[in-house]
Design a protein around this ligand. Structure first.
Ligand code: FES
Length: 74
């Protein structure tokens, strides 16, 4: 089984590369096959949450993409 990779995009969403499964609060499953991806909103402005709809590009969203500090790594 392949490992799920989550890419933190610069000033943008989390891009999740499949194979992966997202399950919403109602139990609906969204499966992403290997070689495909979806993006999860990180800015809070998407009208399609939890998915990114590109709104971050026009709302001035800025956030670090370096996870090392939050993970306690340097
Ligand atoms: S990160 Fe893209 S709309 Fe929020």
């Amino acid at each position: 089984m392949s490992e799920v990779t989550i890419l933190v995009r610069n000033n943008g969403p989390y891009r999740v590369y499949g194979p992966a499964k997202l399950v919403d609060a109602d139990g609906n499953e969204y499966r992403i096959p290997e070689g495909e991806w979806f993006s999860l909103c990180r800015c809070g402005q998407s009208a399609a949450k939890p998915f990114c709809d590109g709104t971050h590009k026009g709302c001035g969203f800025e956030a670090p993409s370096d996870a090392s500090l939050a993970a306690g790594r340097t």
